[in-house]
Design a protein around this ligand. Structure first.
Ligand code: ADP
Length: 428
């Protein structure tokens, strides 16, 4: 069984634990990772200057480019003989980011995912349908290990082959499903299409992550699969899924960050200055316990805020839902735009379903966005009044005029399990 008491540890004790772990971490990386030795020296900071988490602000950030410059193993703090697993992020641009785990790191990974699954409502003895991709992506094996640690029976389904997923959902009777939110939506739609009565499935909980999502998708998935859906967040550079998790009884109030292992900061995206709790900026993590691939002040590029929620079950800090990655943020005629803002507008209109794409074009010197979104069954995609209504709602909520194309149900490709591309940029 994993250690539950740490989730309610009084904050002063948690801080003392973080500080002790940080002091040991900075000594280790200075000694074992040439990149970090130079990084400290260039910043004129000694590892001895970093005694508490508040001292972190003396240090610069570790960026994705640093990991790429040290591809593949230059950031590892342990020899290969101590490494037990290697994962890599998708690396859509340039080389992938390679991360390694010692046995202890894998134990921590199992622990934080087990905690996350329990926080989502899962219990020992339940059956877990794991539809995250198995392979270099951390989702499949990460969730698998955590499910096993919690005491669940894990079905390693992986992504894709939707009809086979439906057979497993009906016949193997899993209690919990893990996948991307868009794939859960695909499965909900597939159940409807095949006339599957979801009340007869045994599913109770859906643990969804790996991409930004909103209440729009939550309500579609909860209704379509008859489950309680919560958010799991993570990234391979920090460990994989299980960096933070939303509680199934505290939905909508953010996700607990397991800060005994991952110390978070939110900083201004332009100046790098730490921001007060509750203010939105770039999420930055320091891995307090990682052995093989420790990172200090890692700039995730993800935009959110962090805050303590004292009325809730656990003492750990929470993060708001990720709006998007700062490099996914569109700047259209001077207005910052994340696709999740459009998704929120879609959710307010009951003739639309949240299967959509934003097409970005350049017309002369002007950047333009056209929203392609599917209509509900029985609604005409040519209804001029609905097009006008949607377009006006976008202008009022987001402050930008966008083109609108309503599409018939099924016209926009659905998720097959991986991360969904919402923005198609024709300017490049
Ligand atoms: P890649 O960089 O190839 O996508 P990862 O699997 O490590 O590799 O992806 C991590 C990223 O996925 C995060 O930095 C974040 O942008 C996104 N992500 C993961 N989980 C969530 C979530 N629950 N909500 C929003 N975004 C998420």
């Amino acid at each position: 069984m994993y250690n539950q008491s740490i989730e309610t540890m009084p904050l002063e004790e948690l801080r003392a634990l973080q500080n002790a772990r940080l002091s040991s971490l900075v000594q280790r990386v200075y000694k074992d990772v040439p990149f970090y030795k130079q990084w400290f020296d260039n910043a004129g900071v000694s590892p001895d200057d970093i005694k508490t988490v508040d001292d972190l602000r003396k240090l610069p950030f570790t960026k994705k480019t640093d990991l790429r410059d040290n591809y593949p193993y230059g950031m590892f703090a342990k020899p290969m003989s101590d490494i037990r697993r290697i994962h890599a992020s998708s690396g859509t641009t340039g080389k992938p980011t390679v991360v390694g785990y010692t046995q202890n790191d894998l134990d921590v990974f199992d622990e934080v995912v087990a905690r996350s699954l329990a926080c989502a409502g899962a219990k020992p003895g339940m059956v877990l349908h794991n539809a995250y991709g198995y392979g270099l992506f951390t989702g499949g094996l990460g969730v698998h290990g955590g499910g096993t640690k919690l005491g669940m029976a894990v079905i390693p389904v992986s992504g894709g082959m939707t009809e086979r997923q439906l057979t497993i959902l009906q016949d193997f009777k899993p209690d919990v499903i893990c996948c991307t939110p868009t794939y859960a939506h695909t499965l909900a739609e597939a159940c409807k299409k095949h006339g599957i009565d979801t009340k007869k499935l045994n599913l109770k909980y859906a643990v969804l992550g790996a991409e930004p999502w909103t209440e729009a998708i939550r309500s579609q998935v909860e209704e379509g699969l008859d489950v309680s859906a919560t958010n799991i967040y993570g990234l391979s550079e920090i460990i994989g899924p299980g960096v933070s998790q939303e509680d199934f009884e505290e939905k909508g109030s953010g996700s607990y960050i397991w800060e005994d292992h991952f110390y978070p900061e939110v900083v201004d995206k332009d100046t790098g200055e730490p921001l007060p709790y509750g203010q939105e900026g770039v999420l930055v993590f320091t891995t307090l316990t990682k052995e093989a691939f420790p990172v200090l002040r890692y700039w995730t590029n993800d935009i959110c805020s962090i805050y303590y929620d004292e009325s809730k079950k656990r003492t750990h800090i929470k993060m708001s839902n990720i709006k998007g990655r700062s490099d996914d943020m569109l700047i259209i005629r001077g207005v910052n735009l994340f696709h999740t803002q459009v998704e929120e507008v879609i959710n307010e209109l009951d003739f639309l379903i949240p299967n959509y794409q934003l097409h970005v074009h350049k017309e002369g010197i002007m950047d333009t966005v056209e929203v392609h979104v599917e209509v509900r069954e029985g609604v005409s995609h040519e209804d001029e009044a609905l097009i006008q209504q949607f377009s006006k709602r976008i202008k009022n909520s987001i402050g930008l005029s966008m083109g609108v194309q309503l599409k018939r149900k099924g016209e926009i490709p659905m998720s097959e399990g991986g991360k969904t591309k919402r923005i198609i940029d024709f300017r490049k």
